[in-house]
Design a protein. Structure first.
Length: 366
């Protein structure tokens, strides 16, 4: 008996047969009760000491389930099941291997003895590709009855159902994960769009140089009655800040340092106000700061803090600002009147020598 002698040539169209087997993803999986049960039934039905579900995988036969055998797999060249799958439409039955001159795998033993009897019922994919067999084996010659052969055929069909169920479950899992991946991509795209939208919204309402709100944001705020009501619920103060001699800064030190000076002003403002205060770069070197729920006395302290912070800013030249303040009352419209009064105070700060905070002192009526 030569173990290396092929029992039969691989079936024609082997690549498709192998692909059909691969589609089940069953080779090299762990033992499963359902397949073990089929093998046990085959053994009982045929009254033999060994049975297996054998799958022909590339250059080997691998047992998905087996009882009574000493191996989990054999070389394909040794597999009698290889011969069985050459005739997929009927079982291969060899009552006595010794008498028929067919050699089984040499290392395969049943109860310590070599194989003598073999009956294998081919397992087929739905398109007729032979995947392997449900087979029964013995170390003695024997003959199966027609009923036993019929039973073996039923068990092969049940095994095919199990394999189909497995493939269906795999397909469902694949579809599910595809759906999840698609949903994830959709969510990513939505989040990306939201991010871009936020960015767009941010750049539309913020000054690129200083990061403070811009004039468009101020216009949006003034057009939003709810937000305005919120800001004007209690006494508030409006500050107008203008950098002193900024034209000179630009002329002497250049625009780049001029920009740096504007950023230093914005930083000083941002560092001096609360979260709910509103700071706007109103013009080139003009800033508007609205302090809700803040009376003049406290607002003056804020303005002083800003002025001093700017004077102490780490710049290669001295930078000062002038600030005008005006108080707003909840009952009155802030926009024009308060703005004008803050502007007049700012004018007086400039006229008074700059680098100072001036409070509007016009009487509040009319
Ligand atoms: N570097 C820089 N300069 C700006 C920017 N926006 C406006 N400016 C400059 O700011 C200067 C403002 O000058 P003016 O309005 O004459 O006022 P000023 O020189 O600050 O004088 P006073 O306000 O009277 O103290 C102009 O030279 C503008 O070119 C900016 O974004 N960057």
């Amino acid at each position: 008996m030569s173990a290396a002698r092929p029992l039969a040539l691989p079936p024609p169209d082997e690549a498709r047969r192998q692909a059909a087997l691969d589609a089940y993803g069953v080779v090299d999986t762990v033992p499963e009760q359902a397949y073990d049960d089929i093998v046990r039934l085959a053994m009982t039905l045929c009254d033999v000491p060994a049975a297996a579900i054998s799958l022909i995988d590339r250059d080997r036969q691998w047992f998905k389930a087996q009882i009574g055998l000493n191996l989990r797999e054999t070389a394909r060249t040794d597999a009698i099941c290889e011969r069985a799958i050459q005739q997929p439409d009927r079982p291969l039955v060899i009552d006595d291997l010794a008498a028929s001159g067919v050699a089984g795998p040499e290392a395969l033993r049943i109860g310590g003895e070599p194989l003598r009897f073999y009956a294998g019922m081919p397992l087929l994919s739905p398109d007729g590709r032979a995947l392997g067999t449900v087979c029964v084996l013995d170390n003695k010659p024997r003959t199966l009855t027609a009923a036993q052969l019929e039973g073996l055929e039923v068990l092969a069909r049940q095994t095919q159902h199990l394999l189909e169920l497995r493939r269906y479950a795999m397909e469902q899992r694949r579809l599910l994960s595809e759906r999840e991946a698609f949903a994830q991509r959709l969510e990513d795209a939505r989040a990306d769009l939201q991010r871009r939208n936020d960015l767009l919204q941010h750049s539309a309402t913020h000054d690129a140089l200083t990061g403070l709100l811009n004039r468009a944001a101020l216009a949006q705020l003034r057009d939003n009655p709810e937000a305005m009501l919120q800001l004007q619920q209690s006494p508030y103060t409006l500050l107008l800040l203008d950098v002193d001699h900024f034209k000179d800064v630009n002329d002497r030190h250049g625009h780049l340092l001029g920009d740096r000076a504007l950023r230093a002003v914005a930083d000083a403002v941002a560092a001096s106000i609360r979260e709910r205060d509103v700071a706007v770069r109103y013009g080139g070197e003009e800033f508007l700061i609205l302090l809700p729920d803040t009376r003049l006395s406290s607002a003056v302290q804020v303005a002083e803090r800003i002025r001093q912070r700017i004077a102490a800013a780490p710049l290669p030249f001295a930078l000062t600002v002038s600030i005008g303040l005006a108080a707003g009352e909840p009952t009155r419209d802030w926009s024009e009147q308060v703005f004008d009064r803050a502007d007049q105070a700012l004018y007086r700060a400039k006229a008074g020598g700059r680098n100072r905070v001036v409070v509007d002192d016009t009487p509040m009526h009319g």
